[in-house]
Design a protein. Structure first.
Length: 309
């Protein structure tokens, strides 16, 4: 029997990664290219080239799944600030016509959640929330190993919860306009660049997120103050996730998940913002790390076309 392979494609504003998996989801190889910035047609052409190249290398017609930043609505149309040329387009349908096979598509953060729901820890729980904290902040809920599908594809967009008025006043934070078009979205404060914005608010100085974390570890007062505020905001935001979805475990990924001071203190930071008798779920790091996006997209493709392990 001809071997069956699956292509998980993780699309970002700056890069596209295609990873090749066998039917048991063992990764066999991967390739990255820069995301075309010129037109939607160039974007599709780049995807076709990557898929065709993988077909040739592995002598197959691989199943295709895509993780896409932004919202994939009920009509499978894309709304993405990171890949603006794809906004308003049915990218999965258009690509499927060009490569002559079905294409599964989902938000990239929900692909991450799906991958981690099928991890060692995820498989031990019924309700798993996957949260990415990186350049942006987004996530998804899985129930019994399957993505929770909302009516308009927006469930899990916790980065666009409104900033707590209590914490805004406590720290006298500026009200920021979000790239999504709304004002005061918590993503502007808790995603990686948000820590730098908070530090600038307290100190008036321009430091990178990395420099702030280094300063925190060296005892810099402004860095400590900034991180305490950041952690407080994270606690409030994750409490809102818990109140909305009541997960048994929250898996975090993205660049900020590499900051040990966040991971080790987040559960305690949530406590003041949930009911007194509510158990805060375990916060754990992603098992598959950077590979979870492509792996989740591959899981989608595998389910869609019925690839057998």
């Amino acid at each position: 029997m001809t071997k069956q392979y699956i292509y998980g494609i993780d699309i970002g504003g700056s890069k596209i990664e295609l990873a090749v998996f066998d039917a048991s989801l063992k990764q066999l190889g991967s390739r990255r290219i820069a995301t075309p910035q010129t037109s939607y047609q160039d974007f599709l052409t780049a995807l076709v080239e990557m898929i065709s190249s993988a077909d040739h290398k592995y002598q197959c017609c691989g199943a295709v799944g895509i993780g896409m930043p932004g919202i994939i609505n009920a009509n499978q149309e894309v709304l993405s600030a990171n890949v603006p040329h794809a906004t308003g387009q049915n990218a999965a349908q258009d690509l499927a016509k060009l490569i002559n096979r079905p294409v599964a598509i989902e938000n990239d953060c929900r692909c991450f959640a799906l991958s981690e729901a099928k991890s060692t820890i995820g498989l031990q729980h019924t309700r798993v929330f996957g949260a990415i904290i990186g350049t942006g902040a987004g996530g998804g809920l899985c129930i019994d190993g399957e993505l929770y599908k909302s009516a308009q594809g927006i469930a899990g967009e916790y980065g666009h919860y409104s900033l707590s008025a209590v914490l805004q006043q406590k720290y006298q934070l500026p009200i920021l306009k979000c790239g999504c078009g709304l004002t005061g979205c918590v993503e502007s404060y808790i995603a990686g660049p948000g820590l730098a914005r908070i530090h600038r608010h307290f100190s008036g100085k321009e430091l990178t997120t990395f420099e702030i974390v280094e300063g925190l570890r060296k005892g810099d007062v402004f860095c400590q103050q900034s991180f305490a505020c950041y952690l407080d905001l994270m606690g409030s935001t994750f409490a809102a996730i818990i109140m909305a979805y009541d997960p048994e475990v929250i898996v975090i990924g993205g660049g900020m998940s590499l900051v040990n001071e966040l991971v080790s203190n987040l559960e305690e930071a949530i406590v003041p913002y949930v009911f007194a008798d509510i158990r805060v779920p375990k916060i754990v790091l992603a098992e598959f790390g950077d590979a979870s996006g492509t792996r989740g997209a591959a899981i989608l493709a595998k389910a869609q076309v019925g690839v057998l392990s």
